[in-house]
Design a binder for this molecule. Structure first.
Ligand code: S3P
Length: 435
């Protein structure tokens, strides 16, 4: 069991460029693999989850060169019909995005494949993709349990249809759209509120016939996607830990560079604004079809807020660290409509409540979120022994809380940050001013 000891700090100062966006990196590798020609990905995230995607496509016969230090990835695409039958089970590790999106692609292949991941992944819900893919004609089954991986996907002829999904999930939407590339006619998916739209933006750039009308996205059967160059901006989900740490640590001011602020991802910025945070967007620009800017973040006295409804998908991965922000605010913060937290790498309602309360926070879990009693200062938390439950976003949120606690905190299973942010502790250290 690997541990990290986090000591209280004075403040945060300086500049930081968070790692590349995980969702965009996964998609760049996947779409490059099934496109015709060579796709160059600059600043690709080289974390365990993206390596799972790269390795799965290598097992499907795609030549992918990856310079892990430089984040340069070259994908020699095989075209929509060029994937080869794998000789073994495809290992998707801890990655829900890899498993669910690739299931869509594999549903349209003329060979059988089996996808399986680690214990956490194999306990996460897969019926949400099995059922809609089956509506397109896919032959996809849970091998041991009808609702979870390992998944066996057998050859089938797909036919496009209109599908409504009852959870706002980009992973489910993307699985359907990717299967739709192989399905006769047109496939459309309607979601209850808008989830992240990287698939729509990037598939269009790769040449797919895809259109979006409010909550419905439609794609037509595709003959070929075409390779392109992609530069991946920094991940707002990783930037979130620096945003939160600077906002709650008195005397802090940092510049977070190159952050993707796609509105379907940037809900945390709206929440921070509602809480009275001092965040300025600088140097706004477009990078590979995604809105990007630098964020100047200053320590702020925060007010409580209510987070519910359509904004939830735009900040779903940031809720654990938003709970830390709410602990430092004045008043009670209510998070609702976020039942999806239970289906992530851990049950994040339970894991967030557990670590904050262990540190002296006052969080009450609810069926679809939590109520956080603000302490008016993060400095009122105390150090504790906390569990990440091998969930990267929990370990990083625990670090943010611990930086401000009155005594040192030990995080168990701290190395799980490798899933999305291998250099997290070193990068955080680089902007810390010690007491
Ligand atoms: C992701 C979508 C989200 C998010 C996950 C990455 C993606 O999951 O939580 O970390 O890349 O599509 P859901 O779409 O299932 O909510």
């Amino acid at each position: 069991m690997n541990k990290r000891i986090i000591k209280p700090i004075k403040s945060l100062q300086g500049e930081i460029t968070p790692p590349a966006d995980k969702s965009i990196s996964h998609r760049a590798v996947m779409f490059g693999a099934i496109a015709k020609g060579t796709t160059h990905i600059h600043n690709c995230l080289m974390s365990a989850d993206v390596l799972s995607t790269i390795n799965v496509f290598r097992s499907l016969g795609v030549n992918i060169e990856a310079d892990e230090n430089a984040g340069e990835v070259t994908v020699h695409g095989v075209g929509l019909k060029g994937l080869k039958a794998p000789s073994d089970i495809l290992n998707t590790g801890n990655s829900g995005t890899t498993t669910r999106l690739i299931s869509g692609i594999l549903s349209g292949q003329p060979f059988e494949s089996i996808l399986s991941g680690d214990d956490s992944l194999n306990s996460r819900p897969m019926k949400r993709i099995i059922d809609p893919l089956a509506k397109l004609g896919a032959d996809i089954k849970g091998i041991n349990n009808p609702e979870t991986a390992p998944l066996k996907i057998s050859p089938a002829h797909l036919t496009g249809t209109d599908i409504s999904i009852n959870i706002a999930s980009a992973q489910v939407k993307s699985a359907i759209l990717l299967a739709g590339l192989y399905a006769k006619g047109e496939t459309s998916v309607t979601e209850p509120s808008k989830s992240r739209d990287h698939t729509e933006r990037m598939l269009k750039a790769f040449g797919a016939d895809i259109s979006v009308s409010q909550l419905t996205t439609s794609v037509k059967k595709c003959d070929e996607l075409y390779a392109m160059d992609i530069t991946v901006p920094s991940d707002i989900s990783s930037a979130a830990y620096f945003i939160a740490a600077a906002l709650i640590t008195p005397g802090s001011e940092i510049l977070i560079k190159n952050v993707c602020v796609n509105p379907t991802r940037a809900g945390i910025l709206n929440v921070c604004e509602n809480m009275g945070a001092d965040i300025t967007r600088l140097n706004e620009r477009i990078v590979s079809g995604e809105p990007v800017c630098d964020l100047n973040v200053k320590y702020s006295e925060l007010n409580s807020t209510v987070i519910e409804g359509d904004i939830i998908p735009a900040l779903i991965d940031e809720i654990p660290v938003i709970a830390v922000l709410a602990t430092a605010a004045e008043g009670n913060t209510y998070i609702r409509d976020a039942k999806e937290l239970k289906a992530k790498e851990s049950d994040r309602i339970a894991t967030t409540t557990a670590f904050l309360n262990a540190m002296g926070g006052k969080v009450t879990p609810t069926d679809d979120g939590m109520v956080i009693q603000g302490l008016k200062s993060a400095r009122l938390l105390h150090g504790a022994m906390v569990e990440s439950k091998k969930d990267h976003r929990i370990a990083m949120s625990e670090t943010v809380a611990a930086l401000n606690a009155t005594s040192e905190t030990t995080i168990n299973d701290a190395d799980c940050v490798d899933i999305s942010y291998p250099r997290f502790y070193e990068d955080m250290k680089s902007i810390i001013v010690l007491n």
